[in-house]
Write a protein that binds this ligand. Structure first.
Ligand SMILES: Nc1ncnc2c1ncn2[C@@H]1O[C@H](COP(=O)(O)OP(=O)(O)OP(=O)(O)O)[C@@H](O)[C@H]1O
Ligand SMILES: [Mg+2]
Length: 220
């Protein structure tokens, strides 16, 4: 079976405030298979978001390779990366990143890669309990509602890979449950999911855990 995501020997460093190079990732390899929920866990600053950004082709590694659905996308141009994201990847960020002036429905509609009717989008919003707020501007939604819209948006094109960065942050138990359900449903229909979080709640849905510490040890 082809992995929906494969990272091979990834290294990434950043310049800090003093201009000193800080190595954040080195020798990181991981796989996410179709239908699998993999939970990336580790303390704040350990590099989880950096891994998700590299996996979503939003950031380029200093070394190593990024494979999406069997294709090497390490050196994808920004145009190609954006096409791969639109066709193959759904992303949920640490903050929901919705367009604040647009309604919940418009935010989802804008992300769809093929023309969709209002009825189709409403059907998707319904899965997340969002029909009542479909026409409300994103900036007037609660944090939990925004995060659910972000999830709905990420899944609208039925991506083969979903990257979710701290998707439960700031959510109450009911909203968290909606997100866990969405992850289960996505995985059951074949989507491979990489979720980064220190929230123990992902234990309930994860098929596999990847503690950051172990990822670093594996290289040795
Ligand atoms: N664009 C950037 N420029 C400089 N340093 C960065 C950049 N992005 C991340 N870093 C640094 O890389 C390290 C890892 O950051 P990252 O955001 O990946 O951690 P994280 O595990 O997601 O943390 P958290 O749990 O707080 O979200 C941190 O020390 C951070 O300061
Ligand atoms: Mg992070």
């Amino acid at each position: 079976m082809t992995a929906v995501l494969r990272l091979e020997n990834i290294a990434k460093s950043f310049l800090d405030d003093r201009g000193t190079r800080q190595l954040v990732l080195s020798g990181i390899s991981l796989n996410v298979e179709a239908g699998e929920i993999v939970w990336l866990r580790g303390e704040s600053g350990s590099g989880k978001s950096t891994i998700l950004n590299i996996s979503g082709l939003l950031s380029t590694p200093d070394a190593g390779k990024v494979w999406i659905n069997g294709d090497n996308r390490t050196d994808a141009s920004s145009r190609e990366a954006s096409r791969v994201r639109s066709n193959e990847i759904g992303m949920v960020f640490q903050s929901s990143n919705l367009l604040p002036e647009l309604t919940a429905l418009e935010n989802v509609l804008l992300a769809s890669s093929k023309p969709m009717t209002r009825a189709t989008i409403t059907e998707q919003l319904e899965r997340f309990g969002l029909v009542a707020v479909a026409d409300r501007q994103a900036k007037r939604l609660s944090g939990g509602q925004q995060q659910r819209v972000a999830f709905c948006r990420a899944l609208i094109n039925e991506p083969s890979l979903l990257l979710a960065d701290e998707p439960s942050s700031g959510l109450d138990a009911t909203n968290t449950e909606a997100i866990l359900d969405a992850m289960r449903t996505g995985a059951n229909s074949g989507c491979g999911i990489l979720v980064a979080s220190h929230d123990e709640v992902f234990q309930q849905v994860a098929h596999r855990q990847l503690p950051m510490k172990e990822l670093f040890l594996e290289q040795k």
